[in-house]
Write a protein of this length. Structure first.
Length: 203
């Protein structure tokens, strides 16, 4: 019989590690020591092992000879293919988010947008704020599978999202996205997402 206690704990640990990878706190190639993770999340080693196996199936963790579990390194991928995948997934996420976002979601997005727009151009925290804003939009889509796929895509990027465009253009596009979501305009939100991906990829 499956131990639901360990199952739920492993899910919590997996979410925690996934967020550390997504935020950049755990970089590609970082060794994931089970004892340290168990201490960090205040669990026994068993749910940590389960979480690492789960993340391995998602492509976020690899098991390397003599090193054990590590954060998966970004592989060389065709940039055009990466761009097309991002465009499809992010357009779908924005479309769904526009129809499913709640008033509470929009308030959270508004606060995140204020933080993002108010961040000084030379502040190292801008990239993390940008990521938080994008994933807050994706979470509004209410699709765990889509969110997982976007996680994988962002993890595979060779450079930070937003690195291919000017700060002023990025800010303007973030505003446009938020306004489309406020209007619950799925078509406009999808177009904003598509333009953001294409501009970032070609600039």
């Amino acid at each position: 019989m499956m131990n639901t206690d360990y199952s739920s704990k492993s899910d919590i640990v997996a979410r925690g590690i996934r967020e550390l990878i997504r935020s950049g706190d755990l970089m590609p190639g970082s060794v994931l020591r089970q004892r340290e993770l168990a201490d960090r999340f205040r669990v026994s080693p068993t749910p940590v092992r389960e979480a690492l196996r789960q993340l391995e199936t998602e492509g976020l963790v690899t098991n390397e000879l003599h090193r054990g579990a590590t954060v998966a390194r970004a592989v060389d991928t065709d940039l055009e293919e990466n761009r097309l995948i991002r465009a499809r997934l992010e357009t779908l996420a924005a479309d769904l988010a526009a129809t499913r976002a709640t008033d509470e979601d929009l308030q959270q997005l508004s606060a995140l947008l204020d933080d993002l727009l108010g961040c000084p151009p030379d502040d190292d925290s801008w990239s993390a704020l940008d990521r938080r804003f994008h994933f807050a939009v994706y979470e509004c889509a209410r699709s765990p599978m889509l969110l997982s796929l976007l996680n994988l895509v962002w993890h595979s990027l060779q450079r930070p999202v937003g690195a291919g465009m000017s700060r002023s253009r990025s800010d303007a596009q973030h505003r446009d996205m938020f306004e489309a979501l406020m209007r619950h305009d799925a078509d406009a939100a999808a177009q904003c997402a598509l333009r953001h991906v294409m501009d970032n990829s070609t600039a």
